[in-house]
Ligand binder design. Sequence first.
Ligand code: BGC
Length: 923
Amino acid sequence: MSNLAAPTSLRFEHRAAPVLGLGTATPRLSWQVAAADADYAQTAYEVEITTGTAQVYTVQSPEQVLVPWPGDPLTSRESAQVRVRVRGNGDWSDWSRPATVEVGLLGSDDWTARFVSPRDNSHGSPAPLLAGVADLPDGIVKARLYATAHGVYLPELNGERVGDEELAPGWTAYQYRLRYQTYDVTSLVRPGENRLEFLVGNGWYRGRLGFQDQKEVYGNRLAVLAQLEVTTADGQVHTFGSDDTWTSRESAVLADDLYDGQRTDLRRTPGEPTSVDVLDADLGLLVAPDGPPVRITDVLPAVEISASPSGKTLIDFGQNLVGRVRLTVRGGAAGDEVVLRHAEVLEHGELGVRPLRTAKATDSYILAGSDEVTLDSPLTFHGFRYAEVTGVSDLRKEDLEAIVVGSDLPRTGWFDSSHALLNRFHENVVWGMRGNFVDVPTDCPQRDERLGWTGDIQVFSPTASFLFDTAGFLTNWLADLSAEQQKDGSVPFVVPDVLKNSAPATAAWGDAATIVPWVIYERTGDAGLLARQLPSMRAWVDKMADLAGDDLLWSGGFQFGDWLDPTAPPENPFRAKADPDVLATAHLARSAEVVAKAAEVVGDADLAREYADLAARVRQAFAAEYTTEGGRVLSDATTNYALALQWALLPTESQRERAGKRLADLVRTAGFRISTGFVGTPLIADALADSGHPDLAYRLLLQTACPSWLYSVTMGATTVWERYDSMLPDGSINPGQMTSFNHYALGAVADWMHRRVAGLAAGDPGYRTIVVQPLFTSHLTAASAKHITPYGEAAVAWTRSDGEIRLSVTVPVGSRAQVAVPGESEPVEVGHGTHEWTATYAETPALPAEPTVRQLIDHESSWDTFVAAAVETEVVADDGELAARLERYLDLPASQLVDAISRRDFSPAAQALQAKLDALLDN
Ligand code: BGC
């Protein structure tokens, strides 16, 4: 008997079964096989599709991820039961459990409902309740509600909440694509009169958006589209849609806005129903979701209630999060007002609201009386850790909870290590992602922005796609990106585009068009997405090439550049060290390369050649203009070295080697403080490690002085900050305008932690092969990562003790791993299952005799001893100052170091330090 498990985890496109309301008639299928004999490899699979009768399709193929739908296309509303079994070594597995997929409404003629809108409900009016009555027959066996809105909606059927979605229909480029939701309402309907009622908020459609005080970006009329379809036992389908019989009333929600918050008067009963207008809206824009909706993903208790110095009541939820506060009150009087303000941090003990800029982030309630009532504001969300409550006497911790709201993405990635601060940093990256994946990948979730900044997700997408299943979420977002890309190929700075710049083009931001689809392909194997995005990808590269002109150097014009480089002044983030022209041309080369590779995947060899040639010519132009024979890269900034090294922009081996050395020196003389902004941050650790300086990469990663990744952790951060120093060491908030405490961009280094610290990386697309290449280090005694790949769970864990490394690698069925086993010169290839190795670990070598300054710095324990002595003797204030003074002296014999840093002042302090150095070097 062979040991071959039945397939599990069936997926249709990027959605896990059971799927309701799928947007395609021919969904691609994926499955996993939990266990199989070591020599098993799939040679064939069978798919059984039951849509009334069962039909089995046998396919000779080793594939199990995103395989084509073998049956006839499904039709709108049709549901199918699907089972899969697989064969390898001659045996068939058992059938998987049947999975259900049901198609949504694929065409605009499937809708008989029409958008209905309240009359006299301008922006600033109370949120409307739109309602309709459906008279339903006996014998209902199935009921579906298809719905969407202009605005955000909460649906009820016969007084019961429908579904568990928050902020539906989410945010898309509404002028091109509007998602509808499909709900199973079989248990909520009854024969006879059924009442559907929708509370509609301004949301993204009509509320405030962006920092330029915009509102009503998509229109000034809220509206609902609802279609209830019930199937009776005789197979008949009865359809009831929103139409001119619907009515509208004003709700108790006086005001609602995503930025400003919600105001509710609990004394109000809904007003008199009035007629609605039927809108002539384009139903051709309706699309089904590609990924999971926004839901409540967590509920956190209040950790502490305290009084601020000015006497305010402050609640600490212990975690910077995105959502809202639910508060239970009792014993008030009618007309009493309860107000909640929110902030991410405290400054001088009070709510630090300045970073929110103009977002009021305030929820308020006017009570109806003394009865116990739970207050909630579901038409808004805030980014906060702290809330300030007024209007409640006798507030108890148990009365408060923080409702965490976000796209309900399945978690797929984990990291752990022996380093507590690093683990907390990783946790902060996860929380930053949870807070900024609220239907759109945003820059930040709290201030008057919360926009789909392209550059931010471009750098963060590798990390994101490890931590959570983002394929459907980003597939949707990329559809908006292509829809909003301008005719000349330029890519809006934010998607959905509310900034509406004309011909927006800036490196690293626009490159989201090429890099995000490529990352999804690498991590999920979705070649279909590449095919769909290829025109958009090309258009962006063509735009850049056009801006570059004949010399292929994209220079001049607007660039965000290496945004928020920590050495730029707080008030001028444009003044990064890395020359923006160098960075821009690097991106042209990189994206042209990506288009070439995508064209190859899609099978367009001519196109692949064309863009590979463009990439080669841009690299040449780059090398000629911006690099020297000796491996220098203009403007001698860490970010530009990282780009040049990682994106193959240096033509010769010796240039690469010397550029790596120069990068390492820049990192040393920055005292291992981080010096990269949004663009360099995801690359610098790879650039150091790949150029032979893994230990320096670790010293950068594990640095805790400001600025560094772990500095924020030492300051109590629970999310990744927009700036390395959003909060300054003295506890005051950075004076810059851009100072959020929840921005994922700088957390992009987590991808390196997964791939190189733990050592779990995708090789062939979709983790068809896994590359295991951990950078064992004396800084850690253990590191591990786990990822649910499309094939199933992969894991890498290593520990180091007593001069030995133990490495354990788990490979899912269907995948193979190339493992860099310590001590082996070639990677070892292994198949599915768990594999373990033990090898000796070469501990850090002793400090060489007569070291140079560089060698002394690199020998961390000796360097720490020297730094401590230099601080103690007061020759320098800290290691940062010391390192900065060394710029010109790295090749000097270390014995002459004191002279160099004390600028030959021969003071008693310098003499004392020299004595300590002599002792250190003698040892
Ligand atoms: C956002 C960023 C964004 C940037 C553009 C900021 O306001 O918060 O994350 O990428 O503008 O450089």
